[in-house]
Write a protein that binds this ligand. Structure first.
Ligand SMILES: Cc1cc2nc3c(=O)[nH]c(=O)nc-3n(C[C@H](O)[C@H](O)[C@H](O)COP(=O)(O)OP(=O)(O)OC[C@H]3O[C@@H](n4cnc5c(N)ncnc54)[C@H](O)[C@@H]3O)c2cc1C
Length: 463
């Protein structure tokens, strides 16, 4: 990583940008260059990958947003794109500033783990990552004395690799930040923002909040759910805010969890107990917004008492083992995932309810798909920011993301209530899942990210 200065070899850059275009072909024809020379002229379009031609402020890809999605994309491109490929990563916050604040642990699917493994990041995460070995689902009112087992996934997990791993958000942020800091192909501009941009047939020029300017062939908006770049591109979203709050914390318990994840569906929303290394679990607790605010403001003893009511007794005595943090919950899908020389990834493109722990996994699918498309185009010497590549990305990712958001929304609506007819309906549905042969195995494969048109990186292939 380098923090960037200014200037560079503008003439060479312009020549390189122009040389692969129709302009170059016309110019070559005028100069009576033999057609046989055109492949060499076109080859010059790939010259940014040569040493000595780099300018301080000109990049192949500029990524706005250095969260999990933005950093992973930057690393994937640095690792897999042709030599000389350069990436600018612009983030509103100073590097690592967010790591200690995030109280979450993230359920990363086996597919997301494969991506991190290809990028050689998994070994740094593995020692503190807890495999999910089984899942139990209950459906009961808040005041129920017992939370009876309703649906479980045990045998489906016994063969092969675990479907998901719990990784503490602080660990993931630190590992990504360290890898970015070590990567020479990535220049980090932070704290900084993209104040404005303009694009043309050759590239995209960015004006930074600091007053500086950089150029790239493609701009990626990874700037989260309130994406300024998405707004600047005039891309609207469909969606709504849930009248719910997501509360997260960590608890320690007397008995071991044996890698079992538990989801208690309660009338105000799902309460998830997710296994962490040691006798600890991460809590993702969805409450009605008003009740959630009260719980967040409660004293430590009252907070622990409310938590205890929902947690149950199976893991013995529990104690709070981490800070509490709350998140507003939304569903949001961008109406387009691309615009002129712009692609959206992660929560800039889609936000889903966290009840199945899929938000970042869907973002990792974006990262893997966009990397695959960019790397293929770059290797062929094609313009990575041109419309055909971007359209391919949108076709690949938009339906899949919208489908996931709708499924999460449906589950939240079906379960987050105390209605007797709906309880009967979901009990019937969960009963069917238990009985239909192969359905549970399919659902486990789906959660592992192994179904559909899976990008190669998520299958563990290096490209
Ligand atoms: C309670 C909860 C539990 C969750 N659990 C899971 C889970 O178990 N598994 C899972 O897969 N997902 C989970 N998610 C979802 C997951 O946390 C998100 O999908 C993921 O963090 C989004 O990452 P991102 O990089 O897209 O966006 P963000 O993490 O929001 O990153 C955006 C980045 O952009 C930067 N930025 C913002 N504006 C600008 C700007 N103008 N210019 C430059 N930079 C800017 C910010 O500083 C930030 O670094 C959960 C979410 C919640 C709320």
């Amino acid at each position: 990583m380098t923090f960037r200065g200014q200037d560079g070899s503008r003439a060479l850059y312009q020549f390189r940008r122009l040389s692969g275009t129709r302009f170059a072909q016309k110019a070559a024809a005028r100069l009576a260059l033999p057609w046989v020379a055109l492949p060499q002229v076109a080859l010059l379009a790939t010259l940014p990958y040569r040493e000595g031609m780099q300018s301080d402020r000109r990049y192949d890809v500029a990524i706005a947003g250095g969260g999990f999605a933005g950093r992973t994309l930057a690393l994937a491109l640095a690792w897999l794109a042709p030599k000389g490929f350069r990436i600018a990563l612009i983030d509103a916050e100073a590097p690592q500033a967010e790591a200690p604040r995030d109280a979450r642990a993230l359920a990363l699917s086996a597919a997301s783990k494969s991506l991190l493994a290809v990028l050689e990041l998994w070994p740094a995460l593995a020692s503190n990552a807890q495999a999910i070995e089984s899942i139990e689902i209950t459906d009961s009112p808040l005041n129920a004395v017992l939370r009876p087992y309703f649906l479980g996934f045990d045998d489906e997990f016994k063969t092969g690799e675990p479907g998901a791993y719990m990784v503490e958000a602080g660990d993931l942020a630190r590992v990504l930040a360290a890898a970015v800091a070590d990567e020479k192909a990535i220049d980090v501009y932070a704290p900084n923002t993209v104040a404005d941009y303009s694009s043309d047939g050759f590239g995209i020029a960015l004006r930074l909040g600091s007053g500086g300017a950089i150029e790239a062939r493609l701009l990626v908006a990874a700037d989260g759910k309130r994406s300024r770049l998405r707004e600047r591109a005039g891309i609207k979203c469909v969606g709504w805010s849930y009248p719910q709050l997501g509360i997260v914390t960590t608890v320690a318990h007397a008995k071991p969890h044996h890698g079992r994840a538990v989801q208690h569906f309660l009338p105000a929303g799902p309460f998830a107990i997710l296994p962490l290394k040691g006798n600890r679990s991460s809590i993702v607790w969805t409450e009605s917004a008003a009740q959630g605010e009260t719980i967040m403001a409660a004293s430590e003893a009252d907070f622990a008492a409310e938590l205890g009511k929902r947690f149950g007794h199976r893991l013995g005595e529990i104690t709070l083992a981490g800070p509490r943090q709350s998140f507003p919950l939304d569903l949001q899908i961008a109406r387009a995932f691309v615009a002129d020389r712009l692609a959206l990834v992660g929560e800039a493109a889609h936000v889903v309810h966290p009840l199945a722990g899929q938000g970042l996994n869907i973002g990792m699918r974006d990262v893997a798909a966009l990397t695959e498309i960019i790397v293929e185009s770059a290797r062929l010497g094609l313009d990575i920011g041109a419309a055909p590549s971007l359209e391919r990305y949108e076709r690949w990712r938009r339906f899949d993301s919208a489908f996931s958001a709708v499924v999460m929304d449906g589950l939240n609506r079906l379960f987050s209530n105390d209605s007797t007819p709906l309880r009967a309906l979901r009990d019937l549905g969960l009963g069917l899942v238990e009985r239909v042969p192969g359905l549970k195995r399919f659902l486990v494969r789906e959660a592992a990210g192994a179904t559909g048109n899976v990008p190669r990186l998520l299958r563990g292939e290096r490209l």
